[in-house]
Design a protein around this ligand. Structure first.
Ligand code: CAA
Length: 261
């Protein structure tokens, strides 16, 4: 029997100090199901424990970094399922990675995908990248940090627009708004992210880890409270009829009919 393909492919560099982890669920545009998130947390933990790795690149494919949390998986989840889900632990583990993380974003970077990119320390985006938080169109809301991290990155006005209206941001708009660090040519999305990672890896590794912690402290206290609040209101949203309607409408490829309950 052949082994199933890994959901996260890891590439090392013989001479370098960087490692690249690529999400590998192309038939679902790298939608983040529990299994993929668990595998990603394991991969990042083991790279973080590897003293030779000084910077990690996290990417998807050219078509999609990730099109969000897995809607099929969520469509059947109750508020209690969401509360009990292990997936939340995977997000906490990613947040605790001490090695600098560079997100290499090409194509769709939506919902949980955008939240994953924002969980990294900096984002290198292809000129094709599209950022957005379409959750409210599904009758739910972002639950892996966007209400907090997007607001910190781009300010309240634009964060409200993106989250409430479903507005999508091009790579250039995301750059101007402060969401991404660099925009690069379409064909160079991964190479350029690796080049940035090599620059990071050439600096003092202890200093970089400490600097990363210190930059995060710029808003950490408020972030922790906000993340916890966001998680809980997401569970609450799952108790609504609108959430069932929105998630099922996506799977049935039809517009949702929200009733406001
Ligand atoms: N979950 C599950 N499956 C998904 C998915 C997702 N988030 N995104 C895409 N897919 C699936 C599609 O259903 C489709 O499957 P089939 O071939 O079986 O029909 C396949 O991936 C390819 O996608 P499309 O055919 O839709 O590709 P497209 O190029 O026409 O459209 C897209 C691309 C605009 C990204 C569209 O797929 C889309 O709107 N995806 C959903 C985006 C979204 O709403 N994300 C937020 C999810 S909720 C979330 O993330 C919650 C959270 O933070 C807690």
């Amino acid at each position: 029997m052949t082994e199933p393909a890994p959901l996260v492919v890891v590439e090392g560099e013989p001479a370098g100090r960087i490692a690249t982890a690529l999400l590998n669920r192309p038939e679902r545009l790298n939608a983040l199901n529990g299994e993929l998130m668990g595998e990603l947390a394991d991969v990042l933990r083991s790279l973080d424990e590897d003293g030779d790795v000084r910077c990690i690149v996290l990417g998807g494919s050219e078509r999609a970094f990730a099109a969000g949390a897995d809607i099929g998986e969520m469509a059947t989840a109750s508020a209690m399922d969401m509360y009990a889900a292990k997936r939340v632990e995977s997000w906490d583990e990613i947040r605790s990675v001490r090695t600098p993380l560079v997100a290499a974003v090409s194509g769709y970077c939506l919902g949980g995908g955008c939240e994953l990119a924002m969980s990294c320390d900096l984002i290198v985006a292809s000129e094709t990248a599209v950022f957005g938080q379409p959750e409210t169109g599904l009758g739910i809301l972002p639950g892996a940090g966007a209400t907090q991290r997007l607001t910190h990155a781009v300010g309240k006005a634009l964060a409200m627009d993106v989250i409430l209206s479903g507005r999508l941001l091009s790579a250039r708009e995301a750059l101007d708004a402060g969401l991404v660090a660099r925009v690069v040519a379409r064909e160079a999305w991964l190479d350029e992210a690796k080049r940035v990672a090599r620059d990071v890896a050439a600096k003092g590794p202890v200093a970089n880890r400490l600097a990363k912690e210190a930059v995060d402290r710029a808003y950490e206290g408020a972030l922790s409270l906000g993340l916890d609040y966001e998680r809980r209101v997401l569970y609450l949203a799952f108790a609504s009829e609108d959430a069932k309607e929105g998630l099922n409408a996506f799977l049935e490829k039809r517009p949702p009919e929200f009733k406001g309950r």
